[in-house]
Design a protein around this ligand. Structure first.
Ligand code: AMP
Length: 392
């Protein structure tokens, strides 16, 4: 059965088509600069990458090209072979604790949550509507980044601000990257051969978050009302004293929106280093002796270790620590420095094993009290699996 995994951004549309349940990727690609000049798309099929410059005024046109490519490349002979389309949605609020089939009511609820994810949720709706128009016979589903974190207990998601902010304005910790945390936690349990586990999953990429997962369910996570909480990220500040915000708004005479922009796009690795939001550039800066690159790397590592230590105590122990996403999967130095900082827990890095990039493997020695693993994440396949499960 053919299932399409879709991730629509405000000006982009990523897709991956699977033969399910085999989980074989048939074709994948991304449409970029939708609604902007110089739009184009790239597709990967049979190990070959193809790029085409096309006018993409909106997501519907992108879907029409997608269908054309599927037919021209004989991925499908008829559109009704596509039985399901799963859409990634960033914010599901407290409404959704699992993936669901799209209905009018579901769309209304996602739209209601637009205020909490002003860039992402409207884009997802655009993607859903475009898919409904172009491929009307497929079952459409939505898979939420926040759903996995809905099992957190109240004390972990309520902020210590007036309680009415929660009841009247929906202010609480929702977390993000849930699909990724769930994927790597499930895979870790498979490797360990049991489900009754205490895991710490570190999704560290351009966006970064850590979760405490007990028996496959989320107990705590570092992202908050929005993805700008917890760890230091490429250009996001993560946890800071909230008063910094009001103090600097007064000092600089800037609006809430300008402040939001600085905290999300000009902070983190970029803000401190003034070099880049990309960890590869930070590492290159360190090799050249750039002190601010070294400073922000130290801060970044410290924060990850702090969260691992917190969750270790919160869970009353830990069976395994997982690293995933761009930095977690590929940055050997970052992993080394994080794991070295965990020696007090009896965790010992296997220097040679830690050399892996982008593949699964254990990176600690056999005598390490807690094993650490690299597990490449795969949010797309999770979307396809959930969609398959929801097809009647
Ligand atoms: P993601 O958001 O998951 O795509 O991750 C992007 C982050 O991963 C960026 O900060 C990249 O610098 C980092 N990254 C990707 N490849 C490497 C690598 N080989 N070494 C260090 N960092 C990497």
């Amino acid at each position: 059965m053919k299932i399409l995994s879709v991730n629509a951004g405000s000006s982009s549309l990523k897709f991956q088509m699977y033969e399910m349940p085999e989980e074989k990727v048939l074709i994948s690609g991304v449409f970029e600069r939708i609604g902007i000049h110089e739009s184009f798309y790239t597709i990967k099929i049979n190990g070959e990458a193809i790029r085409k410059e096309k006018d993409l005024p909106n997501h519907k046109v992108a879907f029409q090209y997608l269908v054309e490519e599927l037919e021209e490349n004989h991925v499908v002979e008829r559109l009704d072979e596509i039985k399901g389309i799963g859409h990634r949605v960033v914010q599901g609020g407290s409404y959704f604790d699992k993936s669901v089939v799209v209905t009018e009511d579901v769309i209304k609820k996602i739209e209601e949550l637009n205020v909490l994810a002003p860039l992402h949720n409207p884009a997802a709706i655009t993607g859903i509507k475009a898919a409904q128009e172009v491929i009307p016979n497929a079952v459409q589903t939505v898979v939420f980044d926040t759903a996995f974190h809905q099992t957190m207990p109240e004390e972990n998601y309520i902020y210590a601000v007036p309680y009415e902010w929660y009841t009247d304005y929906k202010v609480r910790r929702y977390g993000a990257h849930g699909t990724s945390h769930m994927y790597v936690a499930n895979r870790m349990n498979q490797i360990l051969g049991r489900e009754d586990t205490k895991l710490i999953t570190c999704h560290i990429g351009n966006g970064a978050s850590v979760s405490a997962v007990v028996n496959g369910k989320c107990l705590d996570t570092s992202m908050g009302l929005t993805p700008n909480a917890g760890l230091i990220m490429g250009s996001r500040c993560g946890d800071i004293d909230a008063t910094v915000v009001t103090y600097m708004m007064n000092q600089l005479g800037i609006s809430a929106q300008e402040m939001d922009n600085i905290l999300n796009k000009k902070s983190g690795l970029l803000g401190v280093s003034n070099v880049s939001s990309d960890m590869r550039d930070i590492d290159a800066g360190i090799l050249e002796g750039n002190e601010r690159c070294e400073l922000v790397k130290k801060m970044f590592i410290r924060r990850v270790i702090d969260y691992i230590a917190k969750y270790y105590v919160e869970m009353g122990g830990c069976d395994a620590i997982v690293f995933t996403a761009g930095i977690g999967e590929k940055s050997v130095t970052t992993r080394r420095r994080i794991v070295d900082g965990l020696k007090i827990l009896g965790i010992n890095l296997d220097e040679k094993a830690n050399g892996i990039r982008g593949v699964e493997g254990k990176i600690t020695t056999d005598d390490s009290k807690i094993p650490c693993y690299v597990i490449p994440t795969d949010e797309e396949v999770m979307i396809a699996r959930d969609t398959l499960a929801l097809i009647p």
